[in-house]
Structure formats: structure tokens, C-alpha cells
Design a protein around this ligand. Structure first.
Ligand code: SF4
Length: 388
């Protein structure tokens, strides 16, 4: 980890009331949850990984699963053990169901200062297709309640390109967002992952009538969101994330800027900094824990895998270019030993720009970031001076 670089802690809370049909996350929907044993395992993992990080984390993020389904006392135990910086951003993902809304005040009282509300859609038909257990009124209510509790920042999650969803359906969701408006919006086009109930039901397969919204509609929905959110002061800053001034997700910035974070809990990924005894330019160690909850409780250690320079380059370009602040080319060289010969054609057509050594993707081209990142990785070369 470079000196004084901020870092964060992610904690996976696997509990869910039901499994949604598009969900590919590691979730546990059983009625009797071993919550205390799970927290004990998280704390045991934290004890063994703490030494790799200096100072205190600038963010702590409870994701899932559904952190608002957890006993707030267990969340409090984790906050106390992790001991984030006094001004740290501490986020919990919250579902808009009745139980979850009832826990909002307790989450605020144990130190959660930012909530991410998993609304996904305010439209009854779309929400039903997504298998959401909450009603649209519950979504409205949980937002209103969160506002009264004084959270520092409120984010709403929306899903688009749902099978059968029209542009009018999506516009109606954007109307509701504009009426709130939250401080932050995370916007995801639905992808049908193999192994999910949606995939088993035939969605996303070319032969099915219920295939994913076509690329053209996907793009029109994305562009509509970008314009309409900007109208209410919520601007795109990462391909899937939009924020009002001062409300960017501090925690997610660690991922997008390829910094370090500890990944705690079942199925959690982390990124450990290199230590002094590692070879020069060994950028990072990726960590991964067991996915299944009982297996994790039994053995909460993570497995660490060295990220080679080629992989680190792909990750650095792929994640930092997603962000409107772009990527510092000198820092790419320092961390990987590679320089990038930025393709002239992409500069000429305005897809990319370089200013003061920072490479940026034009905001209108954020949705094609993967394609551009692949072109840039092909255009890498070793510095002659470095390899001499
Ligand atoms: S609530 Fe979220 S994590 Fe839980 S099953 Fe549904 S989509 Fe997955």
C-alpha cells in the first residue's frame, strides 16, 4: 500500500429473507441463522488480516446479502472491532421490507451513517418480475424514514433492462428518483447470470422470448438516466454510479482506484497491499474466503493469490477508466512497469483524452469502457529504460 493511501473494509452479511431470481451472490435464506457464530468468524478473520493494513480504515461497508436483516447488535460488534477512523463512511445495504425498515433507527444508533437502499424499481410489474419481496409503497416509506433519521448520505439502487421493461416503465422510476431525490444512485443493467433462477427459467437465452432488453434499448435507458439524474444535480462519476456534490461513495472509490481493502465474511474478496519482503512491483494480493456460510464459520481464513503485473495492469485500467477522474499514466507505470501507447484513433475521435498525464474516457463512452480498456491493454509496452 502506498503511504497515506486510504483503504477500507468490506463485510459480507449473507442473510436474506428470500433468494431473488436474478441473484448470483452468496446468500443464506434459512430461518434459523447462526448470526453470533458468523460474527465470531468475521472477527477471527479480521484479527488475522489486520496486520497487513496500517492506520485506520476510511470506510467500512456492510454488503450482502442483506445487512438490514442482521441483528444490529452483531453489526455493532463488527464496527467496534474494526474501529474505523472517526470520520469514516460506514455504509449498510438495506432492503425496503418492513423488518429492514424497522431496523433503520437501530443501524443509525450503532454508527451506520450511510445507507444504500435496494429499491431496484418503483414499478409494481417490474419489481414483481425481479421477484422483489417488498411493495413499492414500502420502497417509498423506507426512503422517507431514512431521511428523517439523519443519515449522512442515502443511495438508491435501480435496475434497468429487465425483461419486458419499457422505456416508459424506466422513465416512471426516474420520475420517482427525481421526486426524492437521493444523494447517490447506483444503476445496473440486469445481466442474467448462469445458475440463477432467471437463467433456469430461460431468460437471457437467444431462443427465449423473454431475452434481455436489446442493446439499443439498454443504451437509450442508460442515456436517459444520465440526462435526467443530471437535471436534479446527480452526476455520473463512475459508469454505474451517480452522485450529488460531496456524496461519491468513499468506499467504492477504493475499488475503482485499485486501492486496498480487507474483504471479510463468506465469499468476500479483498485486496491486500504488498509487504516489504515482496518483490518490487508486486502490486497486490487478492484474497478470497469460502462461499458457503457454514464452511466459512468453520474456517474463516482467506486464500491470498499474487496478482502479476499483466493482471494488475488489466485491473488498473479496467477499474480506473470506469471513473470520470480517469487514470494517472505515471502511477500505472510505477505499479506495473508498463507504459501505454494510447491509440491515436481513440484520441482523435474524442473517446479518450490525456491531460497532465491523466487519461480519461469521454463520459458518453463510459458504457463501452471494457472495449476501450482491452484496446489499451493491447497497447502496453515495457519501458526501455525500465527493462535496461
Ligand atoms: S435481497 Fe439482494 S442479495 Fe438477497 S437474494 Fe435478493 S438480490 Fe440477492
Amino acid at each position: 500500500m502506498r503511504p497515506s493511501e486510504p483503504w477500507g473494509v468490506y463485510v459480507h452479511i449473507p442473510w436474506c429473507a428470500i433468494r431473488c431470481p436474478y441473484c448470483a451472490f452468496a446468500v443464506d435464506a434459512r430461518a434459523q441463522r447462526p448470526e453470533r457464530a458468523y460474527t465470531d468468524a468475521v472477527l477471527q478473520q479480521w484479527d488475522s488480516e489486520r496486520e497487513y493494513f496500517s492506520d485506520t480504515p476510511s470506510s467500512l461497508y456492510f454488503g450482502g446479502g442483506t445487512p438490514s436483516q442482521a441483528d444490529p447488535a452483531e453489526i455493532a460488534r463488527i464496527i467496534q472491532a474494526v474501529a474505523p477512523a472517526p470520520d469514516a463512511e460506514i455504509t449498510a445495504e438495506v432492503n425496503p421490507g418492513k423488518l429492514d425498515a424497522g431496523r433503520l433507527a437501530e443501524l443509525a444508533s450503532v454508527g451506520i451513517n450511510r445507507v444504500s437502499l435496494g429499491v431496484q424499481s418503483f414499478q409494481p410489474d417490474v419489481a414483481r418480475r425481479l421477484g422483489r419481496a417488498h411493495s413499492c409503497k414500502e420502497a417509498d416509506d423506507v426512503y422517507a424514514l431514512a431521511r428523517t433519521l439523519g443519515f449522512r448520505s442515502i443511495s438508491l439502487d435501480l435496475i434497468f433492462a429487465v425483461p419486458g421493461q419499457t422505456l416508459a416503465d424506466f422513465d416512471a422510476d426516474l420520475d420517482r428518483i427525481a421526486a426524492c431525490p437521493p444523494n447517490h444512485v447506483s444503476l445496473y443493467g440486469l445481466t442474467i447470470e448462469p445458475g440463477t433462477p432467471f437463467h433456469r427459467a430461460g431468460y437471457g437465452k437467444k431462443s427465449s422470448e423473454a431475452e434481455e432488453a436489446d442493446d439499443d434499448l439498454w443504451r437509450r435507458m442508460y442515456d436517459r438516466a444520465t440526462e435526467r439524474l443530471a437535471d436534479v444535480g446527480i452526476h455520473v462519476y463512475e459508469v454505474s454510479n451517480f452522485a450529488a456534490a460531496g456524496h461519491r461513495s468513499r468506499h467504492n472509490e477504493h475499488y475503482w482506484r485499485a486501492r486496498s481493502w480487507a474483504g471479510l465474511g463468506a465469499s468476500a474478496h479483498g485486496c491486500r497491499p504488498a509487504v516489504a519482503s515482496d518483490p518490487p512491483r508486486l502490486g497486490a494480493w487478492r484474497t478470497q474466503t469460502r462461499s458457503e456460510v457454514d464452511a466459512y464459520i468453520h474456517d474463516p481464513s482467506s486464500i491470498a493469490e499474487h496478482v502479476g503485473e499483466e493482471s494488475l495492469l488489466a485491473e488498473l485500467i479496467g477499474s480506473t477508466l470506469r471513473h470520470v477522474d480517469g487514470v494517472d499514466l505515471e502511477s500505472v507505470f510505477e505499479r506495473t512497469g508498463f507504459r501505454i501507447a494510447v491509440p491515436e484513433a481513440l484520441l482523435r475521435q474524442g473517446t479518450l483524452s490525456v491531460e497532465n498525464g491523466v487519461l480519461k474516457l469521454h463520459p458518453k463512452d463510459l458504457p463501452v469502457v471494457d472495449f476501450v480498456a482491452a484496446r489499451l491493454c493491447e497497447a502496453r509496452h515495457r519501458s526501455i529504460i525500465d527493462s535496461a
